[in-house]
Ligand binder design. Structure first.
Ligand SMILES: Cc1cc2nc3c(=O)[nH]c(=O)nc-3n(C[C@H](O)[C@H](O)[C@H](O)COP(=O)(O)O)c2cc1C
Length: 170
């Protein structure tokens, strides 16, 4: 059933600002107040409990490693029992890193499965240079994957398409 009153919270981990910027743009696309957009560097994982729909995003560093602040946040988040809530995942990466492109998105997805939340909003778009990544399950992206280094022009249409995907899942 469509729940137009669902409270949406966006949580991001960002080292150089790209994922923070994407979080703001996703909030704008979904009509989410900036007060409900949280930098996980200074947010308690229990804050997830305040929301019906949880959008989690992080960048990928090292060679396919989670952004540092999100690593700490997930240590607490994955222990919560979130059955009945919906979780969507996004990230910003760089396709030049090949099959570690947006690996963090796949890692968030897998860790949040433990909470028994319903995972929503996979992303089926074309236009990516690489085909294999931890962020893909059964051939499709588990969430929104952005590349501000090589394809900044595609970010706006990708966010718009993904926001529609989330809206249909509410
Ligand atoms: C040392 C280094 C390692 C990186 N490793 C990856 C990687 O494995 N996969 C990926 O998709 N992007 C990788 N990136 C690209 C970043 O994820 C990308 O620049 C992202 O936009 C940073 O987002 P943030 O500013 O929100 O932290 C790497 C960048 C640097 C500088």
């Amino acid at each position: 059933m469509k729940n137009t009153m669902a409270k949406i919270g966006i949580f991001y981990g960002s080292t150089t600002g790209y994922t923070a910027d994407a979080a703001s743009r996703i909030a704008q696309a979904l009509g989410v107040d900036m007060a409900d957009v949280h930098d996980v560097a200074n947010t308690a994982p229990s804050t997830l409990g305040d929301y019906d729909v949880i959008i989690l995003g992080a960048s990928t560093w090292g060679s396919g490693e989670m952004q540092d602040n999100m690593t700490d946040f997930l240590d607490g988040a994955e222990q919560l029992y979130l059955k009945g809530k919906k979780v969507a995942v996004f990230g910003v990466g760089d396709e030049a890193h090949g099959d570690t492109f947006c690996a963090a998105v796949g890692q968030i997805y897998r860790r949040m499965l433990k909470t028994e939340a319903e995972m929503i909003a996979p992303f089926n778009a074309d236009g990516y240079d690489i085909t294999d990544s931890q962020a893909k399950v059964d051939g499709r992206w588990v969430g929104l994957v952005l590349d501000e280094t090589n394809h900044p022009d595609l970010t706006a249409p990708r966010i718009a398409a993904w926001a529609s995907e989330i809206a249909t899942s509410l």
